[in-house]
Every structure is written in C-alpha cells, then in structure tokens.
Design a protein around this ligand. Structure first.
Ligand code: PLP
Length: 393
C-alpha cells in the first residue's frame, strides 16, 4: 500500500535547528569531540527552587487535568503580576492562555486568527517556526528583508509598504532569534505609528525579553500607546528560567483571541502539564537573582564570542543586543571552502573543524550562520580556536 502524507504536512519543513543538533549528536556518538554552537537552549540547569516546587506539587498529587485549559488561575494571576512588573502591561487572567511552550502558544495564536488567504508580515531573518506556523494556518508569510548592517532589523517604511488589505498580523521578535538584535523603544514607536490606522494585529515574541544586555528588560510592544488592543505577547519559561524541557509558555492579549486559543487547546492538548504550571508559579513569583546571573553570564559570553568571530577572516557580525546568538555573514568564506551557501558552510565546518552551527538558510538568509553562546566560555574559546585554524585571523 502506498502511504501518502497530507498536503498540510508536505508544506512544512523539518526544524533545521533540531536537524543540526541531531547530526552533531551522531558524530559525538561516533566518538568525535564536537563543539556545539547549534542548540538554542540554555546550558544552565533549572534553578533549584523551581525544581523543588515541581517535586512538592507532584508529592501533593498535582497530577490531574487542569481547569480551565487555558491555565490554573494561580498561574494566570502570577503571569499577570509578572507582565505588569517586567512589561509594564496590565492584563486580567482571562487575557492569558498557558501553553506547552512558547512555540505551542504561537501556534495556537496563529491558528486562532488566520484564515487561508490572509497575510502575515514577517521580518527576515526570522525564527524558523514563524513561516511554518503561518503556513499551517493556510495563510501566507510576506517577507520583509532586514538591514544587514543593523542586525537584520527592518525599518518602519518597509512595514508600511508590506501591509495590504489581506494583512492580519505583523510579527516582531525582540531580542531576535537568530540575530540577537533588539528594537529600541523609539524604533518600536515608529512601528506603532505605522500600525495605528490599520487593522493589523501584532504578535510580539518576547521570549528573550529578560536576556537583553544593555538593560534588564526590553520594551514590551503592548506597552506602547495604542498598541494594547491589537497586540498578543508571547513568552515562555524556556529561556528566562532555563526550562526548555518543561514545555511551558504563555500568551497575553485581547480576550477574544485568548478564548480562541483556549478553544483549540480544549480539543488538542487539554492544557499544559499540571505540576509544571505550579512550578512556573514558583519561578515567576520567586527570587529572580537566577535570571540576572544568567543574563550576566550570557553578556560575558557574548563579548567572548563576538570578539572572536570579528577577528575571523571573512566573518562579519553586528554585536547582538540580547538573547544568546551571534549571526555572522560568512559568505566571503564560501569560495575558499568550495561551498555555495550557508548549508554547505555548516557541513564543511562540522566535518573539518568539528564545530556545529546552524545554517542561516533556515532563518531566511543563506549567507549567514547562527552560533549559540548558551554554552561555557571554555567551549566558546575552543570553538573559536578551531574556527581560527580553519579561517585564520
Ligand atoms: N520564539 C523564539 C524566538 C524562540 O527562539 C523560541 C525557541 O527557541 C521559541 C519561540 C519557543 O520556545 P519554547 O517553545 O521552548 O518556549
């Protein structure tokens, strides 16, 4: 019998970031010492007080379906307090939907508002899953090319030019995966001015909002004048609290959209894991010094990695404002490696220097590669030494 996949699945790409991690894992299993700059997850363990809260919740029988599916009331209240404190935005618990990670929350958000034929304005380079989420909803990504000199940021007139009567959503991700670039409040205000007289929603992915280097938090788009009613803010415990494997994230926004997301949740996952929700309350309400310690560590590592990459021949890399990625343009090295794009570059570097990184093709730019510095300074220095041997500088 010939098995056939749905058109829905055929339209999707596999996650390229996970594919590189898998290739590096196979090399390692074969005994090769690989320096991994591929994975977009903190190397830190989840802080102990958060783990303790999960263990305590489990011991107390916090093992049942949660009600409502959009998240336990205590958690949605904690998210409201947290968002007021770190985003300067006021929400009611009815405006919060908890999900199995930021990725799940984004998927629910797109599914809740998009119809086939709708358009979503997406700055390039973008986080790998944005176009796929848009396509899953049957809608069309409209790509806006970022400025290579400004860390891939787009300018407000470009946003204005991309908006058509079919535009439903503008996606902003600041600080960005893959560039680490963050928009200033002034730049965001310019976007807000463009959007003010339109019917366009904003999906603001603020997953790295507490991992900015110049200031402890970046401006939340919903806090800008006139933007609250049209913005859905996405966040997660993954990066802020080093909780990638726990799979918990959330969205805050207009009640109608949140209700739509909850309705989908009620027919899919039935909500995020019960004791993980309780642990997230402990994370959000508890001591925040762990976040500051991790932010400072990323800032130091950023200096080491960015400094090292800037010395490599053929690499050009704007300094990231936050998150934990460098995204250099490596196209000037292609000829010497005998490759034609970033995928070829990533394969050559993995084979010849045993350094794993992610080709920019997955993020919309095949001239760039992403290196994550969510790893120890020792590993960063070793990776740079290997790249130095290959490229000089
Ligand atoms: N958004 C961005 C920009 C990300 O980089 C990631 C993870 O890498 C996510 C969303 C999803 O994170 P999670 O599903 O682990 O919360």
């Amino acid at each position: 019998m010939a098995i056939r996949l749905s058109k829905y699945v055929e339209r999707l790409n596999d996650s390229a970031t996970l594919a590189v991690a898998e290739k590096a894992r196979r090399l390692r299993a074969a005994g090769v010492d690989v320096v991994a700059f591929g994975a977009g997850e903190p190397d830190f363990d989840t802080p102990q007080h958060i783990k303790d809260a999960a263990v305590k919740a489990l011991a107390a029988g916090d093992t049942k379906y949660t009600n409502p599916v959009s998240g336990k009331t205590a958690l949605r209240e904690a998210i409201c307090d947290y968002t007021r404190k770190y985003g300067g935005v006021d929400y009611k618990p009815e405006q919060v939907c908890v999900a199995a990670g930021g990725k799940d929350a984004l998927h629910l958000g797109f599914a809740a508002v998009l119809d086939p034929g709708d358009e979503v304005v997406l700055p390039v380079p973008y986080w790998v899953s944005f176009p796929e989420h848009v396509k899953m909803a049957g809608a069309t990504p409209v790509y806006v090319q970022g400025d290579r000199q400004r860390g891939g940021k787009i300018a407000p007139p470009q946003l204005a030019a991309a908006i058509t009567p079919r535009t439903r959503v503008f996606v902003i991700n600041s600080p960005s995966n893959p560039t680490g670039a963050a928009y200033s409040r002034e730049e965001m205000l310019e976007f807000a001015r463009v959007l003010r007289d339109t019917q366009v929603l904003v999906f603001s992915d603020e997953i790295y909002h507490r991992l900015a280097f110049a200031e402890p938090v970046v401006t939340s788009f919903a806090a800008l004048p006139g933007m609250y009613e049209r913005t859905v803010t996405f966040n997660s415990a993954s990066k802020t609290y080093a909780m990638t494997g726990w799979r918990i994230g959330w969205a805050c926004g207009p009640e109608l959209i949140i209700r739509g997301m909850s309705r989908i949740t009620s027919q899919t996952t039935s909500g995020a894991t019960s004791f993980v929700q309780t642990a997230l309350v402990a994370a959000l309400n508890g001591d925040q010094s762990c976040v500051e310690e991790m932010r400072q560590a990323y800032r130091r590592r950023c200096d080491v990695m960015h400094g090292g990459l800037s010395r490599l021949r053929g690499f050009s890399c704007p300094k990231p404002d936050g998150a934990y990625y460098c995204f250099p343009d490596v196209s000037k090295t292609f000829a010497s490696l005998g490759v034609v794009d970033a995928s070829g570059f990533a394969e050559a570097v993995l084979e010849r220097a045993h350094v794993a990184l992610v080709p920019g093709n997955a993020f919309g730019w095949d001239t760039h590669v992403r290196l994550s510095f969510a790893t120890s300074e020792g590993q960063i220095e070793e990776g740079l030494r290997r790249l130095g041997k290959l490229f000089g500088g």
